[in-house]
Design a protein around this ligand. Structure first.
Ligand SMILES: Cc1ncc(C[n+]2csc(CCOP(=O)(O)OP(=O)(O)O)c2C)c(N)n1
Length: 316
């Protein structure tokens, strides 16, 4: 794979991580995806521009950035500023559409997005277009009934959709090991007759290759595929969650397997980038994000009369 791809994937992972860090410093309302960037960036970088992205709520900001969202506008949106994509009508990380061909989390009901993605693939098939839809979801969401209805429909109708499980090993405080009967999500998908693979979810090149392969097969009419990517949520379920349900040792082991660290080591040992170039790339992103975050923080809040045009009706 070209060295430009390694560099670009590293840049996107730095950008995602630094953006989440900058948001946390201003406003703690975030479900951080720190540690899960290889799944998110690897998956959503494998799509063509016309393909449809349907990300899991955790990591939706990182996915938006990978799809070309403007970082200042994205942060302004999370902070509910008038300069955000919805001009302040929505705030938080349950984002709206920050990027083209992108489904935000339009419902708080986990699993709903899997239905949207399957519908999007059905529409592409009926329209005879070559668009593929890719959806990510967590291990907890993988127990939702809608996933199995979607796998069935997609397999029966050979829909161009790729299902990617972003398994960060916890659903709030519930370990996946105690929640998934049989313990093998890829085997569940394979039972529907589709190609199902397990990948190292902390290895962005592996995710990018595997999802990219599934996308091209789906585009050529081979039908849906399922990718199970094992990763780890390095921070709490939300900012401020003390993670008392897991050990510090476990968290430390997974920090050592950090996906950004992993790719940084790969590019240096393969002679694609030097240590100094990796540091310079990170520093450049840190500066870019800091400027964007300061600008977004200082942007105005929306005029209440614009957000709620009939404000007076509520006041009565
Ligand atoms: C249908 C449904 N059930 C429960 C919830 C409450 N809830 C919000 S986040 C969450 C954890 C989801 O776990 P997972 O799918 O593994 O994603 P993660 O938060 O680990 O990224 C739960 C149970 C919800 N939003 N929707």
């Amino acid at each position: 794979m070209s060295s430009l791809i390694h560099r670009e994937l590293l840049r996107r992972m730095f950008l995602g991580r630094e953006t989440e860090r900058a948001i946390i410093e201003i406003d703690s309302h975030l479900h951080p995806s720190i540690g899960e960037e290889a799944v998110i960036v690897g998956t959503f970088s494998a799509l063509d521009t016309d393909d449809v992205a349907v990300p899991h709520y955790r990591g939706a900001l990182v996915a938006s950035l990978a799809r070309g969202a403007d970082v200042r506008k994205l942060i302004a949106g999370v902070l509910g500023r008038a300069t955000g994509p919805t001009r302040g009508r929505q705030r938080g990380d349950f984002c709206g559409a920050f990027a083209p061909n992108f489904f935000g989390m339009f419902s708080g009901t986990l699993g709903a997005s899997i239905g949207y993605a399957t519908g999007s693939a059905l529409a592409a098939k009926l329209d005879g277009s070559r668009e593929v839809t890719v959806v990510t979801f967590g291990d907890g969401t993988a127990n939702a009934g809608v996933l199995y209805e979607s796998l069935n429909l997609a397999a029966m109708m050979k829909l161009p959709v790729v299902f990617v499980c972003q398994n960060n090993q916890y659903a709030v405080s519930m370990p996946a090991a105690r929640a998934i009967a049989g313990g093998d999500l890829a085997a569940r998908a394979a039972a529907f007759g589709m190609r199902a693979t397990d990948v190292d979810g902390n290895d962005v090149m592996q995710v990018y290759g595997s999802v990219g392969d599934a996308i091209e097969r789906a585009r050529d009419g081979a039908g849906p595929a399922f990718v199970h990517a094992l990763t780890y949520r390095q921070q709490g379920h939300f900012v401020g969650d003390r993670s008392l349900y897991r050990s510090a040792d476990e968290a430390e082991i997974w920090k050592q397997r950090d996906p950004i660290r992993k790719l940084s080591e790969t590019v240096v040992s393969a002679g694609i980038m030097s240590d100094d170039e990796v540091r310079a790339l990170r520093d450049e992103i840190v500066r870019e994000v800091a400027l964007a975050a300061t600008a977004a923080r200082d942007d105005p809040m929306p005029d209440p009369a614009v957000v709620i045009p009939d404000l007076n009706a509520y006041a009565r």
